[in-house]
Design a protein around this ligand. Structure first.
Ligand SMILES: C[S@@+](CC[C@H](N)C(=O)[O-])C[C@H]1O[C@@H](n2cnc3c(N)ncnc32)[C@H](O)[C@@H]1O
Length: 238
């Protein structure tokens, strides 16, 4: 899959696919490659690009609310997630966090209890080009905690994150991290308390705020559009 871009429009297409739009019919050649320019039958040109992380966020088919790039950045930065890491991720949802981790070289086992969501996530992972590094398991991760072995990183984005955090000492190698994304303060506190009870170290919690800047003829200031808050991230270490 590649991104076909023209004047702010973007389409995700595979070699051999055909796109019909007001710009004409675009037949994607089998040997298309990033960097090429391809034209519709009306001569309208599209640039061909490889997908990168933010493109996955923008173009994956969505099921569970995907983690935003800003939060994923914090997860990567605070845990040092990297190639060779073994990651347990729950729940999969759309699979955006999973795909970012796998594209960074980690091997990810991710749990999704909704079979339809899991199926969508599998095809998203294919689009991301990392099916060999991701195993999407259908089921409730809590049911399998006794049999999973150990990981370098646990990434949690579920309401029952505290139950998983309470088992983090069994699931993490020494020095491994848990990162839990939580949308509400109440759930965040529950994760922190579970981390304390589990005897985890270096427990830190952050609210994610990001302000986009506007630069126009009148001056420069933070954007007045949109909400800068996304949620809370709890990090802790075994
Ligand atoms: C907010 S979404 C996760 C989004 C994901 N982090 C991403 O970046 O796309 C939460 C998902 O977790 C799943 N889920 C919730 N609790 C679960 C559990 N105990 N085991 C497996 N999946 C679970 C839900 O069905 C939902 O699809």
């Amino acid at each position: 899959m590649y991104l076909f871009v023209r004047d702010g429009r973007e389409y995700l297409l595979a070699p051999g696919e055909t796109l019909e739009s007001d710009l004409g019919i675009l037949e994607v050649p089998e040997d298309v490659a990033p960097g090429d320019t391809v034209e519709t039958h009306l001569g309208e040109a599209f640039e061909v690009r490889d997908l990168r992380g933010p493109d996955l966020f923008a173009h994956f088919e969505r099921t569970g609310a995907p983690m935003m790039p800003r939060d994923i950045g914090l997860v990567m930065g605070h845990t040092g997630a990297c190639g060779g890491d073994r990651v347990l991720d729950a729940g999969t949802g759309t699979g955006v966090l999973t795909a970012y981790l796998a594209r960074a070289g980690a091997d990810v086992v991710t749990y999704e209890r909704n079979p339809e969501f899991a199926e969508v996530a599998r095809s998203n992972v294919e689009i991301a080009g990392v099916p060999d590094r991701v195993e999407v398991r259908v089921g409730d991760v809590v049911d399998d905690l006794d049999d999973l072995g150990t990981f370098d990183l646990l990434t949690l984005d579920t309401e029952d994150a505290p139950r998983i955090v309470s088992r983090a000492r069994d699931l993490l190698v020494s020095g491994g991290y848990v990162a839990a994304y939580v949308p509400f303060v109440e759930g965040t506190r529950a994760v922190v308390e579970a981390a304390r009870e589990a005897g985890l170290d270096e427990i830190e919690t952050y609210e994610t705020l990001q302000r986009e800047m506007d630069f126009d003829a009148r001056g420069s200031r933070p954007s007045t559009a949109g909400v800068g808050h996304t949620g809370y991230l709890v990090f802790a270490r075994a």
